[in-house]
Design a binder for this molecule. Structure first.
Ligand SMILES: C[S@@+](CC[C@H](N)C(=O)[O-])C[C@H]1O[C@@H](n2cnc3c(N)ncnc32)[C@H](O)[C@@H]1O
Length: 269
Protein backbone atom coordinates (compact mmCIF):
# COMPACT_ATOMS: atom_id res chain seq x y z
CA UNK A 1 0.00 0.00 0.00
CA UNK A 2 1.20 3.47 -0.78
CA UNK A 3 1.27 5.68 2.32
CA UNK A 4 1.77 8.96 0.54
CA UNK A 5 -0.89 11.37 -0.76
CA UNK A 6 -0.61 14.46 -2.95
CA UNK A 7 -3.37 16.68 -1.67
CA UNK A 8 -2.12 20.10 -0.74
CA UNK A 9 -3.00 23.45 -2.27
CA UNK A 10 -1.90 26.33 -0.03
CA UNK A 11 1.30 24.45 0.86
CA UNK A 12 2.47 24.57 -2.78
CA UNK A 13 2.91 28.36 -2.72
CA UNK A 14 4.63 28.20 0.64
CA UNK A 15 7.01 25.51 -0.63
CA UNK A 16 8.07 27.79 -3.47
CA UNK A 17 9.21 30.42 -0.97
CA UNK A 18 10.93 28.14 1.56
CA UNK A 19 12.65 25.61 -0.71
CA UNK A 20 16.09 27.26 -0.93
CA UNK A 21 17.78 24.24 0.65
CA UNK A 22 16.31 21.82 -1.89
CA UNK A 23 17.10 24.24 -4.72
CA UNK A 24 20.75 24.55 -3.68
CA UNK A 25 21.10 20.77 -3.37
CA UNK A 26 19.50 20.42 -6.81
CA UNK A 27 22.02 22.89 -8.29
CA UNK A 28 24.87 20.88 -6.75
CA UNK A 29 23.39 17.72 -8.26
CA UNK A 30 23.20 19.07 -11.79
CA UNK A 31 26.79 20.28 -11.50
CA UNK A 32 27.83 16.72 -10.59
CA UNK A 33 25.80 15.37 -13.52
CA UNK A 34 27.63 17.79 -15.85
CA UNK A 35 24.45 18.71 -17.66
CA UNK A 36 25.39 20.58 -20.81
CA UNK A 37 24.07 22.96 -23.43
CA UNK A 38 21.80 21.16 -25.89
CA UNK A 39 20.71 18.43 -23.46
CA UNK A 40 17.17 17.07 -23.11
CA UNK A 41 16.45 16.88 -19.37
CA UNK A 42 13.60 15.32 -17.42
CA UNK A 43 13.05 16.83 -13.96
CA UNK A 44 10.93 14.30 -12.05
CA UNK A 45 9.01 15.73 -9.09
CA UNK A 46 9.86 19.24 -10.28
CA UNK A 47 7.67 20.89 -7.64
CA UNK A 48 7.14 24.56 -8.40
CA UNK A 49 9.74 24.49 -11.18
CA UNK A 50 12.66 26.37 -9.63
CA UNK A 51 15.31 23.83 -10.64
CA UNK A 52 13.79 23.21 -14.08
CA UNK A 53 13.97 26.93 -14.84
CA UNK A 54 17.60 26.98 -13.76
CA UNK A 55 18.24 23.91 -15.94
CA UNK A 56 16.67 25.65 -18.92
CA UNK A 57 19.43 28.30 -18.71
CA UNK A 58 22.10 25.58 -18.73
CA UNK A 59 20.77 23.61 -21.71
CA UNK A 60 20.01 26.88 -23.55
CA UNK A 61 17.77 27.15 -26.59
CA UNK A 62 19.26 24.08 -28.30
CA UNK A 63 18.18 21.88 -25.37
CA UNK A 64 14.94 21.37 -23.50
CA UNK A 65 13.61 20.60 -20.05
CA UNK A 66 10.43 18.74 -19.13
CA UNK A 67 9.29 19.05 -15.51
CA UNK A 68 6.68 16.66 -14.15
CA UNK A 69 5.00 16.57 -10.76
CA UNK A 70 1.87 14.83 -9.45
CA UNK A 71 0.69 18.00 -7.68
CA UNK A 72 -1.49 20.05 -10.00
CA UNK A 73 -1.03 23.03 -7.66
CA UNK A 74 2.74 22.91 -8.01
CA UNK A 75 2.50 22.52 -11.78
CA UNK A 76 0.15 25.54 -11.91
CA UNK A 77 2.72 27.64 -10.04
CA UNK A 78 5.48 26.43 -12.37
CA UNK A 79 3.38 27.19 -15.48
CA UNK A 80 2.54 30.66 -14.13
CA UNK A 81 6.25 31.39 -13.92
CA UNK A 82 6.52 30.70 -17.66
CA UNK A 83 3.91 33.32 -18.51
CA UNK A 84 6.27 36.20 -17.76
CA UNK A 85 9.27 34.72 -19.54
CA UNK A 86 10.03 34.11 -23.19
CA UNK A 87 11.18 30.55 -22.62
CA UNK A 88 10.58 28.03 -25.40
CA UNK A 89 12.76 25.26 -23.99
CA UNK A 90 10.91 24.27 -20.82
CA UNK A 91 7.48 22.82 -20.14
CA UNK A 92 5.64 21.51 -17.08
CA UNK A 93 3.10 18.70 -16.93
CA UNK A 94 1.24 16.78 -14.27
CA UNK A 95 2.87 13.36 -13.99
CA UNK A 96 4.78 11.17 -11.63
CA UNK A 97 7.81 8.91 -11.46
CA UNK A 98 5.39 6.00 -11.80
CA UNK A 99 3.96 7.27 -15.12
CA UNK A 100 7.09 7.66 -17.23
CA UNK A 101 5.57 5.24 -19.74
CA UNK A 102 4.04 8.29 -21.42
CA UNK A 103 7.56 9.13 -22.67
CA UNK A 104 9.18 7.20 -25.54
CA UNK A 105 12.36 5.19 -25.13
CA UNK A 106 15.61 7.21 -25.18
CA UNK A 107 13.80 10.55 -24.95
CA UNK A 108 16.23 12.25 -22.53
CA UNK A 109 19.93 12.80 -21.94
CA UNK A 110 19.49 13.35 -18.22
CA UNK A 111 16.90 12.68 -15.52
CA UNK A 112 16.94 14.52 -12.17
CA UNK A 113 15.27 13.47 -8.95
CA UNK A 114 15.90 16.44 -6.66
CA UNK A 115 14.56 15.83 -3.11
CA UNK A 116 11.96 13.39 -4.49
CA UNK A 117 13.30 9.86 -4.38
CA UNK A 118 12.39 9.21 -0.71
CA UNK A 119 8.75 9.74 -1.65
CA UNK A 120 8.84 6.90 -4.15
CA UNK A 121 7.74 3.51 -2.90
CA UNK A 122 8.60 1.13 -5.74
CA UNK A 123 12.08 2.48 -6.41
CA UNK A 124 13.20 -0.41 -8.61
CA UNK A 125 10.27 -0.06 -11.03
CA UNK A 126 10.86 3.69 -11.26
CA UNK A 127 14.59 3.25 -11.90
CA UNK A 128 13.82 0.72 -14.68
CA UNK A 129 11.50 3.18 -16.37
CA UNK A 130 14.05 5.99 -15.98
CA UNK A 131 16.64 3.74 -17.62
CA UNK A 132 14.26 3.15 -20.53
CA UNK A 133 13.59 6.85 -21.19
CA UNK A 134 17.30 7.76 -21.08
CA UNK A 135 19.57 7.76 -24.12
CA UNK A 136 22.57 5.46 -24.15
CA UNK A 137 25.17 7.34 -22.08
CA UNK A 138 22.39 9.36 -20.42
CA UNK A 139 22.60 10.13 -16.72
CA UNK A 140 20.34 9.89 -13.73
CA UNK A 141 20.95 12.14 -10.71
CA UNK A 142 19.35 11.80 -7.29
CA UNK A 143 19.43 13.84 -4.09
CA UNK A 144 17.52 12.18 -1.30
CA UNK A 145 17.45 11.86 2.46
CA UNK A 146 19.53 9.11 4.04
CA UNK A 147 17.65 6.62 6.22
CA UNK A 148 20.76 6.26 8.39
CA UNK A 149 20.47 9.81 9.73
CA UNK A 150 19.61 9.82 13.44
CA UNK A 151 19.70 13.56 14.04
CA UNK A 152 17.25 14.85 11.49
CA UNK A 153 13.83 16.43 11.78
CA UNK A 154 12.44 13.11 10.52
CA UNK A 155 14.14 11.33 13.43
CA UNK A 156 12.49 13.77 15.87
CA UNK A 157 9.10 13.08 14.29
CA UNK A 158 9.60 9.32 14.49
CA UNK A 159 10.63 9.59 18.13
CA UNK A 160 7.67 11.77 19.19
CA UNK A 161 5.05 9.94 17.15
CA UNK A 162 6.45 6.60 18.27
CA UNK A 163 5.17 7.25 21.83
CA UNK A 164 1.63 7.24 23.26
CA UNK A 165 -0.89 8.59 22.44
CA UNK A 166 0.33 8.80 18.83
CA UNK A 167 2.11 5.48 18.44
CA UNK A 168 -0.97 3.41 17.68
CA UNK A 169 -1.78 5.69 14.72
CA UNK A 170 1.75 6.39 13.56
CA UNK A 171 2.65 2.72 13.26
CA UNK A 172 0.48 2.49 10.11
CA UNK A 173 3.14 4.71 8.53
CA UNK A 174 0.67 6.93 6.68
CA UNK A 175 2.36 9.99 5.25
CA UNK A 176 5.82 8.71 6.01
CA UNK A 177 8.41 8.75 3.23
CA UNK A 178 10.54 5.76 2.21
CA UNK A 179 14.20 6.84 2.42
CA UNK A 180 16.87 4.37 1.35
CA UNK A 181 20.40 3.91 2.62
CA UNK A 182 23.42 4.63 0.42
CA UNK A 183 24.09 0.92 0.00
CA UNK A 184 20.48 0.17 -0.99
CA UNK A 185 20.52 2.92 -3.59
CA UNK A 186 23.82 1.78 -5.05
CA UNK A 187 22.59 -1.84 -5.25
CA UNK A 188 19.33 -0.83 -6.92
CA UNK A 189 21.05 1.34 -9.54
CA UNK A 190 23.41 -1.54 -10.38
CA UNK A 191 20.57 -4.10 -10.56
CA UNK A 192 18.70 -1.97 -13.07
CA UNK A 193 21.80 -1.84 -15.28
CA UNK A 194 23.28 1.60 -14.60
CA UNK A 195 27.07 1.93 -14.67
CA UNK A 196 29.59 4.52 -13.43
CA UNK A 197 27.57 4.74 -10.21
CA UNK A 198 28.61 7.29 -7.60
CA UNK A 199 26.85 7.47 -4.25
CA UNK A 200 28.05 9.74 -1.49
CA UNK A 201 26.51 11.97 1.11
CA UNK A 202 26.67 15.53 2.34
CA UNK A 203 26.40 15.79 6.11
CA UNK A 204 25.72 19.25 7.44
CA UNK A 205 24.77 20.62 10.83
CA UNK A 206 22.09 23.23 10.44
CA UNK A 207 20.80 25.65 13.07
CA UNK A 208 17.29 27.00 13.30
CA UNK A 209 15.82 29.82 15.42
CA UNK A 210 12.27 28.68 15.68
CA UNK A 211 10.66 25.24 15.99
CA UNK A 212 7.53 26.64 14.33
CA UNK A 213 9.50 27.65 11.22
CA UNK A 214 10.97 24.17 11.06
CA UNK A 215 7.53 22.60 11.27
CA UNK A 216 6.23 24.96 8.56
CA UNK A 217 9.16 24.06 6.32
CA UNK A 218 8.63 20.31 6.69
CA UNK A 219 4.91 20.65 6.28
CA UNK A 220 5.39 22.46 2.96
CA UNK A 221 8.05 19.98 1.89
CA UNK A 222 5.78 16.99 2.49
CA UNK A 223 2.80 18.19 0.38
CA UNK A 224 -0.05 17.03 2.62
CA UNK A 225 1.66 14.11 4.36
CA UNK A 226 2.91 15.89 7.46
CA UNK A 227 1.45 14.14 10.55
CA UNK A 228 -1.20 12.57 8.34
CA UNK A 229 -1.30 9.47 10.53
CA UNK A 230 -2.26 11.52 13.62
CA UNK A 231 -6.01 12.15 14.15
CA UNK A 232 -6.96 15.82 13.87
CA UNK A 233 -7.91 16.16 17.53
CA UNK A 234 -4.39 15.09 18.55
CA UNK A 235 -2.46 17.17 16.03
CA UNK A 236 -2.17 20.34 18.14
CA UNK A 237 -0.71 18.32 21.00
CA UNK A 238 1.62 16.48 18.66
CA UNK A 239 2.92 19.80 17.31
CA UNK A 240 3.60 20.97 20.88
CA UNK A 241 5.46 17.74 21.65
CA UNK A 242 7.53 18.06 18.48
CA UNK A 243 8.39 21.66 19.39
CA UNK A 244 9.47 20.56 22.90
CA UNK A 245 11.66 17.83 21.43
CA UNK A 246 13.20 20.32 19.00
CA UNK A 247 13.86 22.77 21.86
CA UNK A 248 15.83 20.03 23.65
CA UNK A 249 18.26 20.24 20.74
CA UNK A 250 18.82 23.98 21.14
CA UNK A 251 22.46 25.06 21.33
CA UNK A 252 23.82 28.64 21.59
CA UNK A 253 23.70 28.72 17.77
CA UNK A 254 20.06 27.58 17.58
CA UNK A 255 18.19 24.28 17.31
CA UNK A 256 20.76 21.88 15.90
CA UNK A 257 19.78 19.23 13.38
CA UNK A 258 21.96 17.31 10.99
CA UNK A 259 20.98 16.97 7.38
CA UNK A 260 22.38 13.91 5.65
CA UNK A 261 21.71 14.03 1.95
CA UNK A 262 22.64 11.30 -0.48
CA UNK A 263 23.91 12.35 -3.90
CA UNK A 264 23.76 9.57 -6.47
CA UNK A 265 24.63 9.70 -10.15
CA UNK A 266 24.80 6.91 -12.71
CA UNK A 267 24.98 6.35 -16.45
CA UNK A 268 22.95 4.21 -18.85
CA UNK A 269 25.28 1.73 -20.59
C1 LIG B 1 10.43 18.23 -1.57
S1 LIG B 1 9.60 18.47 -3.09
C2 LIG B 1 10.98 18.65 -4.23
C3 LIG B 1 10.60 19.54 -5.39
C4 LIG B 1 11.74 19.91 -6.34
N1 LIG B 1 12.27 18.77 -7.04
C5 LIG B 1 12.83 20.64 -5.61
O1 LIG B 1 14.00 20.22 -5.70
O2 LIG B 1 12.55 21.66 -4.95
C6 LIG B 1 9.06 16.82 -3.48
C7 LIG B 1 8.20 16.81 -4.74
O3 LIG B 1 8.02 15.45 -5.13
C8 LIG B 1 6.74 15.33 -5.68
N2 LIG B 1 6.41 13.91 -5.66
C9 LIG B 1 5.89 13.18 -4.66
N3 LIG B 1 5.72 11.90 -5.03
C10 LIG B 1 6.16 11.82 -6.31
C11 LIG B 1 6.23 10.77 -7.26
N4 LIG B 1 5.83 9.54 -6.97
N5 LIG B 1 6.72 11.06 -8.49
C12 LIG B 1 7.14 12.29 -8.79
N6 LIG B 1 7.08 13.33 -7.93
C13 LIG B 1 6.61 13.09 -6.70
C14 LIG B 1 5.87 16.22 -4.80
O4 LIG B 1 4.66 16.59 -5.38
C15 LIG B 1 6.80 17.38 -4.55
O5 LIG B 1 6.62 18.42 -5.48
Amino acid sequence: MDNVVIEESKLAGHYDSVSNVQFQLGCMLIERMRIREGGAVLDVGCGTGRLALYLSKIVKSSGNVVGIDPSIHRIDIANNKLKNRMLQNVCFKVGSAETLKSFPESAFDDACYSSVFHWINDKKAVLKETYRVLNKGGKIGITTINRDNLHSFRAVMIEVLGKPPYAEYAKKGEGRSYPATMKELETLLAKVGFCEITVDCLIKKRHYDSPQKLIDFYEASSFGNFMRSVPEDLQANARCDIKKELERRRTPSGIELTSNIIFATAKKM
